[in-house]
Write a protein that binds this ligand. Structure first.
Ligand code: SF4
Ligand code: SF4
Length: 155
């Protein structure tokens, strides 16, 4: 399988799936600063910290281009080494993306790489790919705690 130097190319899936609070961009809504939806940020030189700080799993690992987020319809958005899980965000337009042959292959590779569980978020709903229902429940609880902690507080 041929690997390449990782770059976004025509992908801009994170600019749709992920929320960017500082510019009021909700999750799962395409960002107006990438009007083509085919890569390129019009405000790259002054882009929000959230965008500049995002570590896409595709860009940080030697993953072949057929597994680029726009081709596979999900993004590896993070990991928790202590909990040995990785997080993915699925494009709600392709809710079964993790069940396609390429989706299954990539998730198999992630799990073979030492991540026991994969936390899948699709349109705000969470599920866990795991061999253990008990661990899956713990991870969902942990995720909800983190999300509550990340909520802005009033006053
Ligand atoms: S999802 Fe990853 S590969 Fe696609 S545009 Fe965002 S950072 Fe680049
Ligand atoms: S500001 Fe730029 S990098 Fe951030 S979501 Fe919008 S198009 Fe993407």
């Amino acid at each position: 399988m041929a690997f390449h130097t990782q770059s976004c190319g025509d992908c801009s899936l994170c600019c749709t799936l992920l929320g960017v609070s500082s510019i009021g961009k909700p999750p799962n809504q395409h960002c107006p600063h990438c009007p083509t939806g085919k890569g390129g940020c019009q405000i790259y030189d002054r882009q929000p910290k959230q965008c500049g700080g995002f570590e896409c799993g595709y860009l940080t690992a030697p993953i072949a281009v057929q597994f680029r987020p726009d081709n596979i319809h999900f993004i590896i958005t993070g990991e928790d080494r202590k909990l040995r899980c990785q997080f993915i965000d699925v494009d709600p337009k392709f809710p079964h993306a993790t069940e396609t042959p390429n989706g299954r292959y990539l998730i198999g590779m992630m799990r073979a790489g030492g991540y026991r569980d994969i936390v899948v978020t699709t349109g705000g709903a969470h599920r866990v790919i795991s061999d253990s229902p008990a661990r899956a429940a713990i991870l969902i609880h942990e995720l909800e705690k983190r999300q509550q902690a990340a909520q802005p507080t009033s006053g």
